[in-house]
Ligand binder design. Structure first.
Ligand code: SF4
Length: 283
């Protein structure tokens, strides 16, 4: 577990006083913020590739991700949302920056989502935290023994991921939850470096939804993982793609995204997500 859970809850984040405008700064001491004034800022795709590939540790990687400004449309959107909080969150300070991966770098289970939600991760500064998708995900992780609590409320709330790292194909909240292909590809080197750091320990990669599924395969290949099929396997819930030399771990597991669209309609049920998480935990 990184420094995220070690820090106390941030009272200002929950304050009803009018928060300062704009995204969080390193000087706000947001729980888990690993950036400093000297953290290098990527301003285009080439700089993302360079700063990701030479990040020596996961903490360096997360710090660099958290200040990235390589996608102009997403930078504008994530910061604009800070000034337009939902009524339920009026008075809360929004993070408004890229949301980093979360959990130990050398994880046994890696979970990959699509992108942070505008009023979820983009508000709380922690992946999948503060929205209904996260409610489903963390409850399932907890039932599988992969998180210390079923509830993920805010950065610094004390929740710990257990041998699990949660990340996304795209680190900034996109308008309508739809990143462009160019934005996905620009963000890929951050995922590649995460996968390089997890390569020795990962037994399972749980992929939430088809967007992340498509993003994963070139990233795995670039990260030097073995056993990656030449043709991208077809995504489906419960699909398993073993990458190990003996047909075993590490295994890529497909899971429908716990979006409200999927959970409200019953396309994804508790039993379905539990089956995937239990399988990941057992590998
Ligand atoms: S989506 Fe990724 S590459 Fe684009 S600005 Fe955000 S962190 Fe940087």
């Amino acid at each position: 577990m990184g420094p995220h859970a070690a820090l106390p809850p941030r009272e200002a984040q929950l304050s009803t006083a009018t928060p300062p405008a704009g995204p969080a700064s390193w000087s706000d001491r947001w729980p888990g913020d690993l950036a400093s004034p000297t953290t290098p800022v990527a301003r285009d795709a080439d700089e993302v590739a360079r700063l990701a590939s030479n990040a020596p540790t996961a903490d360096h990687l997360d710090g660099r991700v958290s200040v990235c400004r390589a996608c102009p449309r997403l930078v504008a959107w994530r910061e604009e949302v800070c000034a337009l909080p939902r009524k339920a969150y009026a008075g809360q300070r929004y993070w408004g920056r890229p949301v980093t991966a979360w959990g130990p770098a050398r994880a046994r289970v890696v979970v990959i989502g699509l992108a942070p939600a505008a009023h979820g991760g983009n508000r709380t500064g922690r992946m999948f935290t503060g929205d209904r998708s996260g409610d489903w995900l963390f409850a399932a992780l907890h039932r599988a023994g992969l998180s210390s609590s079923a509830q993920s409320v805010a950065a610094g709330d004390g929740l710990e991921l257990l041998g699990t790292r949660v990340t996304a194909a795209v680190h900034c909240a996109p308008p309508a939850n739809k990143p462009t292909m160019q934005e996905r590809d620009t963000c890929r080197p951050w995922l590649v470096r995460d996968l390089e750091l997890a390569q020795q320990t990962a037994r399972a990669v749980v992929v939430l939804g088809g967007f992340a599924w498509a993003a994963l395969w070139p990233a795995l290949r670039q990260a030097g993982w073995g056993g990656v099929p030449a043709k991208v396997p077809v995504f489906g819930h419960g699909v398993e793609v073993p990458l190990g030399p003996d047909g075993g771990a590490p295994v890529v597991l497909g899971c429908y995204h716990p979006s409200q669209q999927n959970t409200f309609t019953g396309r994804l049920t508790l039993a379905m997500i539990d089956a995937v998480m239990a399988r990941a935990a057992a590998l």
